[in-house]
Ligand binder design. Sequence first.
Ligand code: SF4
Length: 376
Amino acid sequence: MKDLKERLKQAARELGGDIGIADIGRFKNAPEMMHPKNIFPECKSVITVAAPFPRGAYRGISEGTHWANYTFYSYNRLNTLFRPLITYELACMLEDLGHEAVPVYPAVPERQSCKPPVSPDRPAPDVNINVRIAGVACGLGEIGWSKVFIHKKWGPRVRLGTILTDIELEPDPIVKPGTLCKRCMKCAKDCPGGAIPMPGEREPIRIKIDDVQIEWGDVHMGRCTLTHHGLNHEVSPFLKKALPGFDLDVRKSNVSEEVAYRMTYTLAQGKWIPSEELPSDSIVPYYKQMLDHVGYFAVCGAKGCVRSCMEYQEKTRNICQHKFKTPVFGKGKWRLKPPSEDSTGGIAEGKFPEKFNLPDTDAGTWGQGVSQRQCP
Ligand code: SF4
């Protein structure tokens, strides 16, 4: 099947992506809720599909001037259109040759099921593949200390998907641990949520694929989610504007990932009565706008886990795509001031003193001196 493998690789390259291949034996240690055979019992080979996101998609956030690009090209359209197109084409190509090919939607495998199994002999829905572990098993790259997947060519700038098939394909060799992640710890130093531990801070996560021991940092996913989805005042000018004075110390937070999602999405989608102080009915108007128009909202721009790693990978020429003339961080890394150094500006804090805090010399004189301004 060497010929078929080469044809698949060539097709993936022509579609702008890359693939790696594992035999099903490499998943023998996979938990029940992440095992490919619990989606496709006849599966003999696992194919990981990688699609890059343009380095320039980060530029607006690195400059502190434009956010939607990153969400649109690196998350929404890349996850829902560009990468699935490669997966779809390769799956159809395999099925045209008579081999069943299951294109797997890359959902979150760590979420626990709260649904009953459809019969006692099967695991509960939803079984999901861990795309990063599958990517390692398929020889496409490594899981970095930051838990972000590092691809041989594009470094941390990739999204992954999976195809399960019943044909035996020659597996690719697993990348030797330490080839791509050099434990430079730039990701941990630059993560604005303090989510990535320094070595020794927390026990790393360890797994085995064949005889290869893989390990990565036990990332605090609650802090990561609070930062990624805009509740970290260090990285979000929108949060600062919409909720001035909001001073959650994400770096010390111990909320879980699940709790962080409930907090961030509630605020991003939430509404409250407009006022002169906060004239929009959206709690954080820009998050609502991104969700409505761009289909997701990513705020921190992966400052540590992707951009700092990318900077390191390029500078050390550790990945194939490293010859850019422009720096990753443009004019340099920026960080917003803590709320303690901002004036909060609420009514009780002294905003609109002439209307609410100072003696009203026209009290009771209807139509004179009364604000006619309507809230939008
Ligand atoms: S920045 Fe990249 S290479 Fe350095 S420790 Fe983090 S994941 Fe590894």
